[in-house]
Design a protein around this ligand. Structure first.
Ligand code: ZN
Length: 260
């Protein structure tokens, strides 16, 4: 028989465990964010803001967030511990790093890429990545960063859950892609720049045209978001929800999409 004192102690310990789920629970999943800190300051600023944003979500939503500026961590042994890889402001340049990322994605890994991480041009020399992005090649950009009205293209997609049909996205440098990823049959465009924003920019003015902002290539578990320039990106609660939705959707098994 346990004496009453021991029983009380045991119950107190059990209550402590219930009251401190962080101690008792394993993280639901692990996220690894890559970024570079030696770039255009506005891109580094975004990366630092994003790390704070995701760190807060990691605590509230019970996942583990790791981050690195060492792109040599883009290797099989390192990547396999993570369910989602995020690129905040850059992409790998070395062949071995690129091959490791290709293997990761082709074996069911998930990727969320922001802004400059999707930048590619004639000197990038990574055809696999262009295909992965839905054939999108950087064409031109707006300048300076300005807010813009965005519209949800695909109301049925889980990333749009809880997002109004349109919203004001905080100041960003907007990229135009040529060819547009909308022309790729594997791409599902999720969010588009509203034509009412045109003309946008002062130094570099965008006057017209189709401008997809968020999309997924359905051949992979991936989402690209053009947001990612400067210190305003996380000032919109609506857009923050969109970003959280993207992470949760990337983790959802096919047919078992989780919702917030
Ligand atoms: Zn930028």
């Amino acid at each position: 028989m346990m004496n009453p004192g021991s029983l009380r102690l045991l119950m107190a310990l059990a209550l402590l465990c219930v009251g401190a789920p962080g101690i008792a629970q394993q993280p639901r999943f692990k996220v690894l964010a890559f970024y570079s800190a030696n770039l255009e300051p506005d891109h580094v600023q975004f990366a630092e803001d994003a790390l704070k944003f995701f760190a807060a979500r990691a605590t509230s939503d019970n996942f583990r967030l790791d981050s690195t500026t060492n792109w040599e961590d883009m290797n099989d042994a390192y990547l396999k511990a993570y369910q989602v890889i995020i690129w905040l402001d850059d992409s790998p340049t070395r062949a071995e790093q690129r091959r490791a990322f290709e293997r990761y994605m082709e074996n069911g890994g998930a990727w969320l890429g922001f802004h400059a991480s999707g930048y590619n041009d004639k000197d990038t020399n990574w055809p696999w990545f262009v295909d992965f992005l839905g054939s999108a090649v950087f064409h031109i950009n707006s300048w300076p960063p300005l807010p813009a009205k965005l519209v949800i293209d695909d109301r049925t997609h889980p990333v749009a859950t809880g997002i109004p049909d349109s919203y004001e996205s905080p100041a960003n440098e907007w990229y135009v892609w040529k060819p547009s990823p909308r022309l790729n049959k594997n791409v599902r465009i999720l969010v588009t720049f509203d034509p009412s924003n045109y003309p946008i920019g002062l130094k570099d003015v965008l006057a017209r045209g189709d401008l997809p902002v968020v999309w997924t290539n359905t051949k992979y578990k991936m989402v690209y978001m053009n947001m990612g320039h400067g210190d305003k990106i996380f000032t919109s609660p609506v857009q923050n929800t969109l970003i959280e939705n993207a992470v949760e959707w990337l983790l959802s098994p096919p047919g078992q999409v989780k919702e917030f």
